[in-house]
Structures are given as C-alpha cells and as structure tokens.
Design a protein around this ligand. Structure first.
Ligand code: A3P
Length: 273
C-alpha cells in the first residue's frame, strides 16, 4: 500500500512484472544485460557477481517506503503486484511494462519447491505437496490467484500493446534469441545491425542462461537480503529451469484438475497457458 501510494514512476522506467516462480530472475537478468550492454559486457557485467534481484529492485520491498533510494542510472524495477494494484503512476506514465507468465503446473511445482527449500533453510515445517496444491487451486497464493494475475496483465496488454509486452516462459525458452530481440526493441534499447553481426544477442542469451547463472559462485553460495529477516540463499532461485517438470511431481488427476481450472478461468480470453 505504501508503494502504491508513494511510488513515482518516471517515463523512462521499465517495470518487470510477474507472478512468483514464472521466470522473474531470468527476465530481470536479460533485461538488465540489455539495458547495461554499452557499459558492461559478458565478462564485466554485475550479473556475474550479483543475483539479478540485487541488480533490479522490487517495488513492494526495496522501493516500498520511498522511490528516492533508486539508482538514477538504472531504469529497471520489478514487481509481483497484480495489475489492478499497481501504483497509479506506473499505469498512467508512459513507462514500459514487461510481463512474464508460465504454465500453471510448472509454476506451481516451482513455487512448491521454493517454499520447501525456504522452509528448510529457516528450520520451518514443510508444507505437503497435496496441501499446497489444494491451496493453489483455490487461489490461495502470494499476490493472489495465479489466473487472475495473468489475466490482469493479459487484458491490459491487449488494451495497451505499446505499453505492455506479454511474454511466456515456454516461448522464451524455445527461442530465447528472438525474444531478447523483441524485448530490446520494446523497451527502447534495440540492437543495431552491427551488434547483431557481432553476436551481442547470443552473448547476452548465454550469459543469462540457466546453466551459466546457476553455476556462478554468487548464485551457489551467496545470499539475498543478507542481515535482514528476509534473507534467502541465492541458489533457491535456481532449480531446474525446465519446461514440463510438473510431470515428475503431479499425478494425472492433479494435472487434469489444474488444467480444467485454467481452461475455465481463461475461457473467452484467447489466452492459453
Ligand atoms: P524451476 O523451479 O521450474 O526450475 P522466479 O525467477 O520467478 O522466481 O522463477 C523461478 C524459476 O525460474 C525456477 O524454475 C528457476 O529454476 C527458473 N530460472 C531461474 N533462472 C533461470 C534462467 N536463467 N533461465 C531459465 N529459467 C530460470
């Protein structure tokens, strides 16, 4: 509520929006690498020594009290807040919004593991998969029901395609180069033909790949928000980075149940997940 009331967006801002566990860490890395590519390359990027969440602040955590503690040279910020709850200044300003979504079955499985690993690191009792699944299906999730979150940004992206770029994790995994180019064009940092010839896009894609980022020392042993109650081991943000891993955790009945909720919720929207 504090961020909602106090945050003042600039026209140059680029706001990365997502529900948790849909590819936020990756999208932050790619966008940060695109925006900073004239200052850093793939051997000097801050992403090699910092988790991307330490390079791109979260609106509702890092900027909740004041927008003045931002680095004036960094136009990027991120949020998990649903579209309907974004600060008015983000909706009204000419800043760009990039949203990423993911198949709900993979997103749920990713979220379940994240919470399990977080609970283990804080000596808390883990939640059973079945219980977490029931809650998820009922819409009991951080930042609200998953489908409402996605539909809020989907509808807004149809109304304002110049302002909101709607991305899917699976499509980005399938053709990352294409989507990095699209992303750069959309946020106003297009690659020149010279850069494309030099392989700048490929370098960013490789640097931000799951394999590369998850094997960096900072992401194997570093901590995010160290010294605060919200401390999280960086490695928890990297698990498998695969499409379809839900098959290893959900029963066919669970998959059918989640699929039918998704079909029902997205009915009439022209969106598939
Ligand atoms: P899995 O748990 O399925 O592996 P978020 O960043 O929104 O918290 O989402 C986390 C999910 O993104 C995790 O999925 C994580 O492994 C995956 N991920 C993290 N970095 C990635 C990268 N560079 N490329 C692809 N997926 C990545």
């Amino acid at each position: 509520m504090s961020a909602q009331q106090n945050f003042q967006s600039q026209p140059s801002d680029i706001v990365i929006c997502s529900a948790p566990k849909t590819g936020t860490t990756w999208l932050k890395s790619l966008t940060f690498a695109i925006v900073t590519r004239t200052t850093f390359d793939d051997s000097t990027s801050p992403l090699l020594a910092n988790l991307s969440h330490d390079c791109v602040p979260f609106l509702e955590v890092d900027l909740a009290q004041s927008s003045t503690n931002r680095d004036p040279k960094n136009p990027l910020l991120a949020t998990h807040v649903p579209y309907s709850s974004l600060p008015r200044s983000i909706i009204d300003s000419s800043c760009k919004i990039v949203y990423i979504c993911r198949n709900p079955k993979d997103s749920f499985v990713s979220f379940y593991h994240f919470i399990a690993r977080l609970s283990a690191s804080k000596d808390m009792k883990p939640v059973a998969l079945e219980e977490a699944f029931e809650l998820y299906c009922q819409g009991v999730s951080n930042y609200g029901p998953y489908w409402d979150h996605v539909l809020g940004f989907w509808k807004a992206s149809l109304d304002r395609p110049d302002k909101i770029l709607f991305l899917k994790y699976e499509e980005m995994i399938e053709d990352t180069i294409l989507y990095v180019k699209k992303l750069a064009d959309f946020i106003g940092y297009p690659f020149s033909s010279e850069e494309i010839k030099k392989g700048s896009i490929d370098k960013i894609v490789s640097m931000c790949s799951f394999e590369n980022l998850s094997n960096l020392e900072v992401n194997k042993s570093g901590k995010h928000r160290e010294g605060t109650p919200g401390v999280i081991e960086n490695k928890i943000y990297f698990r498998k980075g695969k499409v379809g891993d839900w098959e290893n955790y959900l029963t066919p009945e669970m998959a059918t149940q989640l699929d039918s909720i998704t079909l029902q919720k997205l009915n009439g929207s022209d969106l598939t997940l």
